[in-house]
Design a protein around this ligand. Structure first.
Ligand code: COA
Length: 156
C-alpha cells in the first residue's frame, strides 16, 4: 500500500488544499496530511485547531490521516515509512519556492521524492493569507474554505 505525505501549515486549510487531498486520496492507499507545528511562527490557529478543522473536513476520505510534525519534514516522512512528499502547485509564483524546497529535501534525504499536483483552475487564486484577510474584514469566504473552517473563521 503506497503512502504519501501532504505537508503544510494549513493556517487555515482551504478548498485548494481540499482539492489536492481529494484527488491524492484517490491515488494513494493512504494519505497523511501533516500539519507543521512551528511555535516560532505566528499562526492564526493553534496546531490542534488546524488538525481538528482538517479532521472534520476529511471525514469523507477514510484513507486520509491527519498528523502533526515538528522539525524536518524528511525526518517525519522517514518516521512514517514513506518516500513520497506531495505538494500542490498553483502558479509560476509557487514554483521557485517549491523547487528550492524539493531540492533541499532531496539533498537531506535522497530516497524521498517530492511530487507535485497542479491545483484545479478554480482554486488557483486561493491562499490561506487572503482567506484570513477577507474573513477579518467580514467578507464572504464560504465558497473558498470547507465548512468547518468557515465556522471557525466566522466565530473570530
Ligand atoms: N490551492 C490553493 N492554495 C494553496 C494550495 C492549493 N492547492 N496549496 C498551498 N496553497 C497555499 C496556502 O493556502 C498557503 O497560502 P499563504 O502563503 O497565503 O499562507 C501557501 O500556499 C502555502 O501554505 P501551505 O500549503 O499550508 O504550506 P507551507 O508552504 O506553509 O508548508 C512546509 C511548508 C510545512 C511543507 C515546509 O515549511 C516544511 O517542510 N517545514 C519543515 C522544516 C523543513 O523540513 N525544512 C527543510 C525544507 S526547506
Amino acid at each position: 500500500m503506497s503512502t504519501a505525505i501532504f505537508p503544510g501549515s494549513f493556517d487555515p486549510p482551504t478548498n485548494g488544499h481540499m482539492d489536492i487531498i481529494e484527488r491524492a486520496s484517490a491515488i494513494y492507499g493512504k494519505l497523511v496530511v501533516a500539519v507543521l507545528n512551528n511555535p516560532a511562527k505566528s499562526n492564526m490557529f493553534p496546531v490542534e485547531t488546524r488538525m481538528e478543522m482538517l479532521r472534520e473536513s476529511c471525514k469523507g476520505f477514510p484513507n486520509v490521516e491527519i498528523a502533526c510534525f515538528e522539525g524536518l519534514l524528511v525526518d517525519f516522512a522517514r518516521s512514517m515509512g514513506t518516500k513520497i512528499i506531495l505538494r500542490g502547485l498553483r502558479a509560476v509564483t509557487d514554483f521557485e519556492y517549491e523547487f528550492t524546497m524539493a531540492l533541499m529535501n532531496k539533498k537531506l534525504a535522497p530516497e524521498i521524492e517530492t511530487l507535485f499536483m497542479v491545483t484545479s483552475a478554480e482554486n488557483q487564486f486561493i491562499s490561506s493569507s487572503s482567506i484570513k484577510e477577507i474573513a477579518h474584514f467580514g467578507g464572504p469566504i464560504e465558497d473558498m474554505v470547507p465548512g468547518p473552517v468557515a465556522e471557525r473563521l466566522e466565530k473570530r
